[in-house]
Write a protein that binds this ligand. Structure first.
Ligand code: UD1
Length: 419
């Protein structure tokens, strides 16, 4: 098992280029199932989750040439079944459910297993497909869907769900008639998927607002598309530079996608300015505490909460960080406490009190973004931090040690750790 060894205390200088967005690439890879032809994705990040999705598509019968940043999905005869072995590796595999049902009238997809950051059910995905005429059974850990051609419907989500919105947008793109999604997720990755569906010949309107209309088509065409930059990777570098101090250009960023984070960083006394195709972040002085509450986009992203907490550990005063999207997303807290952070959690809120320093320690990564927070903590800590179980990190950050190393951080991968 790999770990990341960080020797802390070095400010970051230079520029780093952000890769394509994992959470945009995953649904777009699944959207290739909506047409029979060859589709080409560009600017795809080289990550385990992409490899898992490529393997899932090829297991189902669509050969994939995955050579990120280029991924080509070729035509093939599809068996619409997503086995447990692949779905268990990645919850987002459930994104094949909508396209398979819409294109083949049936699907057998393993229920995603329990996830460390909460129960994360898929009831909204299923409710939407049922409203479109599918009949659904749960059987021995599998979701079994049978449908004729799906029919357009009005679907009101109980809460904005990103992959739920994406699954139903894809299903609706081949349904008969118009579908309206109400209380839809507004994330930039949803807007990106709508762009691709429109390239394929669907008529999707309103993506980016909480009401999305989709006019279903009889068939859709293959596509060629370059994926948007990853706002969470970008945000992670912004916070890393703010925490470690220094002057960094985070390049290939759409600052409109990061407004809530940028506002919070500015509130903390960090200079954050658009610069060409990127964002320049400079931190020389002391940090001020800021309260943040995670919320669906355009609110403060839950995927940036753990990283921002590290920054707040170093800020003067007390910061309250409330997590409203997932019920169990504070697993980095005990690890940060082991590094000397002064944190306590009450319900959905972490109270973060200022400490003058963090200490390097051996820590355990528990999920993707928690892992990133521990690497950032390592950058600012005295001495050495060994972040174990970085396979989580490899699911979402392309070559993170090389990118941080390019900014002057002392970060190395250690292979073959016992656990
Ligand atoms: C996506 C992102 C993930 C991010 C999350 C929230 C991908 C591949 N992953 O995850 O990085 O942290 O959005 O921004 O894009 N819920 C239900 N029933 C459902 C669906 C969701 O109760 O059927 C709940 C979830 O438990 C959670 C909330 O809705 O509390 C939001 O989850 P959702 O937006 O669906 O997260 P994902 O799409 O899984």
């Amino acid at each position: 098992m790999d770990g990341i060894l960080v020797r802390g205390g070095k400010p970051l200088y230079g520029s780093v280029k952000v890769s394509g967005a994992k959470n945009a690439a995953l649904p777009i890879l699944c959207a290739t199932l909506l047409s029979d032809g060859e589709s080409h994705l560009r600017n795809v990040p080289d990550l385990h989750d992409i490899a898992t999705t490529a393997q899932l598509l090829s297991t189902m019968g669509r050969p994939v040439d995955a050579a990120p940043p280029s991924v080509i999905v070729r035509p093939g005869t599809v068996t619409p079944e997503a086995p447990y072995d692949l779905v268990k590796k990645m919850r987002a595999s459930v994104l094949v459910l909508g396209p398979l049902t819409a294109r083949y009238g049936r699907a057998k997809v393993s229920l995603p297993g329990g996830c460390q950051i909460g129960t994360r059910p898929v009831d909204q995905h299923l409710k939407g497909l049922e409203a479109m005429g599918a009949s659904i059974k749960l059987d021995h850990g599998y979701i079994l869907v049978e449908s004729g051609r799906l029919r357009g419907a009005q679907i009101v989500f109980d809460m904005p769900t990103v992959t739920g919105t994406e699954n139903l947008m894809m299903a609706a793109a081949l349904a008969k008639g118009k579908t309206t999604l109400v209380n839809a997720a507004r994330e930039p990755e949803v807007v990106e998927l709508a762009r691709v569906l429109n390239k394929m010949g669907a008529r999707v309107r309103g993506a980016g607002t909480n009401i999305i209309d989709i006019e279903g088509q009889d068939e859709l065409a293959p596509f060629d598309h370059a994926i948007i930059p990853d706002r969470i990777e970008a945000g992670t570098f912004l916070v890393a530079a703010a925490a470690a101090g220094g002057d960094v250009l985070v390049d290939n960023v759409r600052s409109d996608d990061l407004e809530a984070l940028i506002a919070a960083l500015r509130g903390a006394g960090v200079t954050v300015e658009p610069d060409g195709t990127g964002i320049r972040v400079v931190r020389t002085g002391t940090l001020r505490s800021v309260d943040v509450t995670t919320a669906p986009h355009p609110g403060f992203p839950t995927d940036m909460q753990a990283q921002f907490m590290v920054l707040m550990c170093l800020a003067e005063g007390t910061s309250r960080i409330a997590e409203t999207v997932f019920e169990n997303r504070f697993m980095h807290v005990p690890e940060l406490i082991r590094m000397g952070a002064d944190l306590h959690v009450e319900g959905h809120t972490a109270h973060v009190r200022h400490v003058t320093r963090l200490d390097g320690a051996s820590v355990m990564a528990t999920d993707l973004r928690a892992s990133a927070s521990l690497v950032i903590a390592g950058l600012v800590a005295d001495g050495e931090t060994l972040v174990r179980r970085v396979y989580h990190l490899d699911r979402g950050y392309e070559h993170i040690e090389t990118k941080l190393g390019g900014l002057g951080a002392d970060v190395t991968r250690v292979r073959g750790l016992a656990s």
